[in-house]
Design a protein around this ligand. Structure first.
Ligand code: CA
Length: 257
């Protein structure tokens, strides 16, 4: 029985095939996870995969209002949230959870059959931490969940004021940026942009997010301003600029390698 890929003619993950996948339980990263998915066969596979990856308890709910209730009462460590839900959509659930003080910081991984970039952007703008498009592999899902949990746990500690990469050294407190030992002069905006990218490394930042964090009230009319400043920042960083990736149609990501 193929479940995860029934919408399209793509490689199939079947129940019998699941046993062949490599799952390694990771005790220390065990998390309480809420799975919100109205298609119960997909929900079962997702729950099973997360449990095999060492998480638990994993609770499954099938509607948006149950999701809200469970998130508020049970306080999971992470939520896997389908977007296409009856009555209350995953977008609504995400928006409501982000607006409530008790649930605003619970990491959310969105699961959806809608592949349109606008969905990805609005999901990330609403504060979702990651995004997986159906059909997906269970291995991809568990890897993303692990990465989001790791990041959420790291965020509890204050970000270090000094970043040291292979070429780039950025001392955000001392306002000293260098590439391969040579000082680099950045404008205030470029400095703030770099800081925002580094502090959110390995995470996609939409242009909207960057405008909000770096420009704030001085937000320019054009989203293109982000690209213009990013171009200047990259030029100044020279060889270290490879760490800034363009995520086409969405925004930018600073990567560690
Ligand atoms: Ca659904």
């Amino acid at each position: 029985m193929s479940v995860l890929t029934r919408d399209r003619d793509l490689p199939v993950v079947s129940r019998s095939g699941m046993a062949a996948l490599d799952y390694s339980p990771r005790g220390p990263s065990r998390a309480r996870i809420l799975v919100v998915e109205d298609e119960t066969d997909i929900a079962d596979l997702v729950r099973h995969a997360l449990e095999r990856d060492g998480h638990g308890p994993v609770e499954v709910v099938t509607t948006g209002d149950e999701a809200l209730r469970s998130a508020i009462d049970w306080r999971p460590d992470l939520i896997v949230l389908d977007l296409n839900l009856p009555v209350l959509s995953g977008f609504d659930v995400c928006r409501i959870l982000r607006a409530r003080p008790g649930t605003s910081s619970i990491p959310i991984v969105i699961l959806t059959a809608r592949a349109a970039e606008t969905d990805r952007v609005s999901g990330l703008d609403l504060g979702a931490d990651d995004f997986i498009t159906k059909p997906f592999s269970l291995r991809e899902l568990t890897a993303r969940v692990r990465a989001v949990l790791r990041r959420a746990r790291a965020e509890v500690e204050p970000p270090s004021a000094v970043y040291e990469g292979p070429l780039l050294r950025a001392d955000f407190e001392g306002v000293a940026i260098s590439v391969a030992g040579r000082p680099v002069d950045l404008t205030r905006r470029e400095f703030d942009l770099l800081r925002c990218l580094v502090e959110n490394r390995n995470r996609v930042l939409t242009r909207g997010r960057l405008l909000e964090r770096v420009w704030g009230h001085d937000r320019p009319v054009e989203d293109r301003s982000v690209d213009v400043h990013m171009g200047r920042l990259r030029a100044k960083l020279g060889p270290a600029a490879v760490q800034i990736e363009t995520v086409i149609g969405i925004g930018y990501r600073f990567t560690d390698q």
